[in-house]
Unconditional design. Structure first.
Length: 394
């Protein structure tokens, strides 16, 4: 362990404030570290390991694919890519097509490129501006970090691409639209910004207003997508039909993958966009199995029951600790508790780790929960027991 820490310190760029723990294996929502200590994982690797750690079905799908072929480039047909696209589109209920990349930021880059090209060819004035929201998070590339409505992330890295405009909230969006506006990009539940769900009626009104002005609606579902909110997409839950949707985190069960899907099928043509790794056999074989596992889980009613149970236990924890928390927020398995005193947040998280439960921070004052969707009742119970110990010892 200390050896790994030294290697990390010497050879890895220090872009992360890492906690001093090294996990070596997992099973569903259980984790084991290098010292033999056990944990319950209420983070699923920031919403990634949606099907749990070491999921047997996903692992064997990956192993089977590995034994045949993992990569041959997008110059040829890729069977699991086509199948994954079909599964995603059918689950969404939208008449769309997919492009595969490797991360959330890349998916959003694709969305922005579609919006820019659409704005270029549609009419005489080049429409290139994209309105995003304050406290949003859209990624870490030069373009997606600029799309992110958090000023503090814009230090050092300019000059940035032009055309990103920030609205304080959905209500303010319309007043920021001008002749150059091509699209509006939002998260339906802001994740990194602090587990902040948007109001359904407001979102529906926004979607209607944008349609009437021929401005695209991009929904960044990198965190909310793939059943995190209970529905396949948060867009399904909010009953809207965006023009462009992006997915990533929970889609590959831990294998890097990102998707931009759109009803604007004719905008990008051969040569406009591409990716060396995107959509290869390995990542899309994993995604196909993740999608099957979660579809069965959702269709059987188990997902909904699990969401109810997790939220019921979170509510109990919240009620027992009103001294520390001001509100419970979130939708489905994307939940948070607002802490009264932001300074206590990192102490809660590190105490929780000591007590054997992993939780996350979001925004300035939100304790965030993104458990594997397949977490069991026993794991939920154990996790909250540990979390109670963690806050009681504060
Ligand atoms: C995590 C996240 C991203 C960035 O995804 P990466 O895979 O880290 O590039 C973008 N948008 C949202 C909403 C996210 O939660």
């Amino acid at each position: 362990m200390s050896n790994i820490k030294e290697l990390d310190k010497k050879y890895v760029l220090p872009t992360y404030a890492r906690a001093d723990v090294e996990f070596v294996s997992g099973n569903n929502a259980r984790l084991l570290d290098a010292e033999g200590k056990k944990y319950i994982d209420f983070t699923s690797g920031i919403g990634v390991v949606s099907v749990g750690h070491a999921n047997k079905r996903v692992n064997s799908a990956i192993c089977e694919q590995l034994s045949k072929i993992t990569h041959i480039s997008n110059l040829y047909n890729i069977a699991p890519q086509a199948k994954a696209a079909q599964k995603i589109v059918e689950a969404s209920g939208f008449d769309m097509q997919c492009f595969f990349g490797n991360s959330g930021a890349e998916a959003n880059e694709g969305a922005i490129k579609i919006a820019r090209k659409y704005g270029e060819r549609d009419g005489e004035i080049k429409r290139y501006k994209i309105i995003t929201l304050q406290h949003s998070f859209h990624g870490r590339t030069i373009t997606t970090v600029k799309a992110t409505g958090q000023e503090s992330m814009h230090n050092y890295f300019g000059p940035f691409p032009d055309g990103f405009v920030y609205a304080d909230n959905i209500d303010q969006v319309e007043s920021l639209i001008d002749n150059h506006t091509s699209a509006v990009m939002i998260e339906l539940v802001q994740g990194e910004g602090g587990v902040q769900p948007q109001d359904k009626a407001q979102v529906q009104a926004l979607a209607k207003m944008l349609k009437s002005k021929n401005i695209l609606l991009i929904v960044d579902e990198v965190q909310t997508g793939v059943y995190r909110t209970g529905e396949f997409l948060a867009s399904n839950l909010y009953e809207i039909e965006p023009d462009i949707i992006t997915l990533a985190k929970g889609l590959g069960g831990g294998v890097p993958i990102g998707v931009v899907m759109t009803s604007l099928k004719g905008v990008l043509t051969a040569g406009d966009h591409g990716s060396t790794f995107g959509g290869n056999y390995l990542s899309t074989a994993a995604a196909c199995e993740v999608l099957d596992v979660l579809k069965e889980y959702s269709d059987s009613g188990e997902l909904e029951k699990n969401i109810d149970y997790f939220n019921q236990e979170l509510e109990k924890f919240y009620s027992a600790n009103r001294k520390m928390f001001t509100s419970k927020v979130g939708i489905g398995m994307m939940c948070g508790l607002r802490v009264k005193n932001a300074e206590t947040l990192s102490a809660i998280i590190s105490n929780a780790r000591d007590e054997g439960v992993m939780v996350l921070k979001a925004g300035k004052n939100t304790l965030r929960f993104l458990p594997p969707l397949t977490i069991t009742r026993e794991e939920i119970d154990e996790g909250f027991k540990s979390l109670n110990r963690a806050v009681n010892s504060l």
